[in-house]
Ligand binder design. Structure first.
Ligand SMILES: NC(=O)c1ccc[n+]([C@@H]2O[C@H](COP(=O)([O-])OP(=O)(O)OC[C@H]3O[C@@H](n4cnc5c(N)ncnc54)[C@H](OP(=O)(O)O)[C@@H]3O)[C@@H](O)[C@H]2O)c1
Length: 271
């Protein structure tokens, strides 16, 4: 596994996403068994960095992640757990309540990282950060971050956070380079803020891309692994693919160790 070092932390470049674990926007009990199986195999394969949110399966993704993490027998410090507060809960008291609820569902007494899931222009960001800063001071949360923040909002968040922001989590993949075009990636890299790329596996794009398939064939890996390696070969970029399939999970984890040369990367510089 390749790691990113930030603020005295060693964070695996590839973590495990939990969107669709336990349901989608609400809990779906029919998914419990496959979801627990997926989480169990991820933990057995060696994933230690998990990304969840109070909004995933109406909080049930956190419950299942907590169950699987406890059953794994791993000590809490061996795990890096991120959760997120939903945009409708960004008022002061709501943030504190949301965090308590996430901790209860996870069965944990702190989060490694807590993110604002999406900005909400109808709630003052300063009020949200007053609550987030308190969560850090109270030891409920180790690090703060944001998600889906454009450059202007990210700079506002940086100014309001009493501790250095750890990440901005945004959509980033070979076909989605919005964060390059809008300056978010360059700002993060210049300021020691990790960029966490979500939705990194774009199956339709990958299937239709000959250069990706040719490079994968030459390196004896899958095109999906090249797509992930392309992300984590970039300084300050980490990613959190999700898969129910243990074979895919293993391939995704192994993608962190694929080092691409400049000439291999060249065809993908300007897609
Ligand atoms: N902050 C935000 O607003 C936000 C938004 C979206 C996502 N996220 C986070 O980012 C995580 C990842 O994003 P995502 O779940 O949208 O998309 P993703 O991880 O890019 O893609 C998931 C899909 O790709 C397939 N897949 C994964 N690895 C594969 C492989 N090696 N080969 C072939 N297919 C593979 C999975 O199918 P199989 O199960 O069949 O492998 C699944 O259908 C989420 O789970 C969530 O934690 C955050």
């Amino acid at each position: 596994m390749r790691y990113e070092t930030a603020q005295d932390l060693r964070i695996p470049k590839i973590g495990f996403g939990t969107w669709t674990i336990g349901g989608e926007s609400s809990a779906d009990p029919a998914r419990d068994a496959p979801s627990l199986k997926a989480l169990r195999s991820a933990l057995e394969l060696g994933y230690t960095h998990f990304d969840t949110a109070e909004g995933y399966a109406g909080g049930h993704a956190e419950e299942l992640l907590g169950q699987a993490a406890h059953a794994s027998g791993l000590a809490r410090p061996a795990l890096f757990i991120t959760s997120k507060v939903s945009p409708e809960h960004l008022g002061y008291a709501d943030v504190l309540r949301s965090c308590e609820n996430s901790l209860r569902r996870l069965g944990m007494d702190y989060l490694d990282l807590y993110l604002i899931h999406w900005p909400n222009r109808s709630i003052d960001l300063a009020e949200t950060f007053r609550a987030l800063n308190k969560l850090v001071a109270d030891g409920k949360v180790r690090r703060l971050g944001v998600s889906n923040f454009n450059l202007k909002l990210l700079k506002e968040a940086v100014a309001l956070s009493k501790t250095k922001l750890l990440t901005n989590q945004v959509s980033y993949s070979l076909p989605d380079r919005t964060c390059v075009e809008n300056g978010v990636l360059a700002y993060c890299q210049a300021n020691g803020i990790l960029l966490t790329g979500y939705t990194p596996v774009k199956r339709r794009f990958i299937h239709g891309n000959k250069a990706l398939q040719e490079l994968a064939r030459r390196r004896a890996v899958t095109p999906q692994q090249i797509a992930l390696a392309w992300l984590v070969n970039q300084p300050g970029v980490i990613t959190i693919p999700m898969s129910f399939d243990p074979q895919h999970q293993a391939e995704n984890l192994a993608a962190a160790d694929i080092h691409l040369t400049e000439s291999e990367l060249e065809p993908f510089l300007n897609i």
